[in-house]
Write a protein that binds this ligand. Structure first.
Ligand SMILES: [Zn+2]
Length: 96
């Protein structure tokens, strides 16, 4: 998991979702809204088709989910939820 961390600040590096394609193992977060709270669940699956920015992700025993490209994370990388909690590296962005 250290490959996904910045050596300068120790925070997680942003992930480039444009490199994801069919066959890639990914994780994503779904939210279920109830009357009292929103429950976040991390799902794991494989990309079965990619049309524009919408990926169809097949989750074992969970069916197929349509997920926006920006909302999925390559398997093994910290999830968007994790990166949101711990902060994301912005070192590289300062020069852009
Ligand atoms: Zn950094």
């Amino acid at each position: 998991m250290d490959a996904y961390r910045c050596k300068t600040c120790g925070k997680y590096l942003p992930i480039d979702p444009s490199t994801l394609g069919v066959g890639d193992a990914v994780t994503f977060t779904t939210s279920q809204q109830s009357t009292v709270q929103t429950r976040l669940t991390v799902k794991r699956g494989a990309v079965v088709s990619a049309v524009g920015d919408t990926l169809c992700v097949k989750v074992p025993r969970g069916g197929i989910y349509r997920v926006h490209r920006a909302d999925v994370t390559p398997e093994g990388a910290p999830t968007s939820l994790t990166r949101w909690m711990f902060g994301e590296c912005t070192c590289g962005r300062a020069t852009q």
